[in-house]
Every structure is written in structure tokens, then in C-alpha cells.
Design a protein around this ligand. Structure first.
Ligand code: 5GP
Ligand code: MG
Length: 181
């Protein structure tokens, strides 16, 4: 049984189910993106999406360019404000390109919607979004990813890139941090 800082972790999605779902998403994505006129650009959001991006791109059987964007949201609160600050911008020019924005988890959706608007301003030809997890009943904005791995309950999750105070990113499955104890 895994623990972080004395809190138990309950497995929600095991390693095999993660890997299987990543393969399925890759099949959908490569089918849609095979129409692109030039190599698609996969834009991963740091830090949380780095593990998912690493697995997803290796399942894609089409040539892709990979870049990362690092943003932080303003404000102290636990919930995101939707106002973003660019920590590290892209190295790739997105103008006229087919772009796949990849993130780890959609909670309120405020952050991703803001980033989507930011990437749109770079005038890609096509901009689609792939999110590995989406919390049920939490969305505050009207934003649906084009590709979604799993819907998950409203718990605090770690693993597969998701952290709790920077720990837990290296777990191969998805775990909920136990609330009591
Ligand atoms: P949103 O703007 O959708 O509310 O926030 C999304 C971001 O909040 C995610 O990209 C992630 O960084 C963080 N987040 C939301 N829920 C969780 C969670 O259960 N666990 C972790 N580790 N991060 C989360
Ligand atoms: Mg994030």
C-alpha cells in the first residue's frame, strides 16, 4: 500500500488500464491527425502532463513534434482562478499547424480554457485538446476536451504525473489520497 506523508493512497486506475486507454486515445488521435498537411505539434502542459505526453507520443504511429508549455495560475487559493502566467512559452511556431494540447486533468476547466484561448491566438490551423482525466460534476466553464481518458470522482488524485506537493508523480497508476487518517 502506497503512502505519501502518512496518508494512504487508494488505487483508482491501475497501470494496465492506464496503458490500454492511452493506446486507444492514440488510435483516435492518429486517425484524425493523419489528415494534417505537416507534422502535428503535441503541446504538453508542465509539469503534470509530462508522463501522459511521454506515453501518448510513443503510441502514435505518425511523426509528431513535441513541445511543452508551462503556465502557473495566479492566486493562492486551492481552486484555479483561470488567470494564467506563462512560465515557459513554446519554442515552436503554431501558425497554420495542427496542434494537440495535452493535459493531465480537467477540474473546473478554467485553466485549460484560458490556455486554449492563448494557443488559439497563435493561429494554428487546427487545435484539439486531449485530457487524461476529468472530474465529474466540477466544470465551471463550457469546455469539453476532444479526447478524454477517464471520468473520475471528485477526489484529490495523484500518480501518472499528478502530484501532491511534488510527490506522487512517479506512480504508474492513478490514486486517490485518503481523506481521513
Ligand atoms: P482547473 O483549472 O481545471 O480547475 O485545474 C486544473 C489543474 O488543477 C490541473 O491541470 C492540475 O494541475 C490541478 N488539479 C486539479 N485536480 C487535481 C487533482 O486531483 N490532483 C492533482 N494533483 N492536481 C489537480
Ligand atoms: Mg496542470
Amino acid at each position: 500500500m502506497w503512502e505519501i506523508r502518512g496518508k494512504k493512497l487508494n488505487m483508482l486506475i491501475d497501470e494496465e488500464s492506464v496503458a490500454k486507454r492511452v493506446r486507444e486515445l492514440a488510435r483516435e488521435i492518429e486517425r484524425d491527425f493523419s489528415e494534417a498537411e505537416s507534422e502535428p505539434v503535441v503541446v504538453g502542459l508542465l509539469k503534470g502532463a509530462f508522463v501522459f505526453v511521454a506515453d501518448l507520443i510513443r503510441e502514435l504511429r505518425i511523426p509528431v513534434i513535441v513541445d511543452f508549455l508551462w503556465v502557473s495560475s495566479y492566486g493562492q487559493s486551492m481552486e484555479s482562478s483561470g488567470v494564467i502566467r506563462i512560465v515557459k512559452d513554446l519554442d515552436t511556431d503554431l501558425e497554420g499547424r495542427w496542434v494537440l494540447l495535452v493535459d493531465d486533468i480537467l477540474d473546473t476547466g478554467l485553466t485549460l480554457k484560458e490556455i486554449h484561448t492563448f494557443l488559439k491566438s497563435k493561429r494554428p490551423r487546427v487545435l484539439k485538446t486531449c485530457v487524461f482525466l476529468e472530474k465529474e460534476g466540477r466544470k465551471k466553464v463550457d469546455f469539453d476536451p476532444d479526447y478524454l481518458g477517464f471520468k473520475v470522482p471528485n477526489r484529490f488524485l495523484v500518480g501518472y504525473g499528478l502530484d501532491w506537493g511534488e510527490l506522487g508523480r512517479n506512480l504508474k497508476g492513478i490514486y486517490a489520497v485518503e481523506e481521513k487518517g
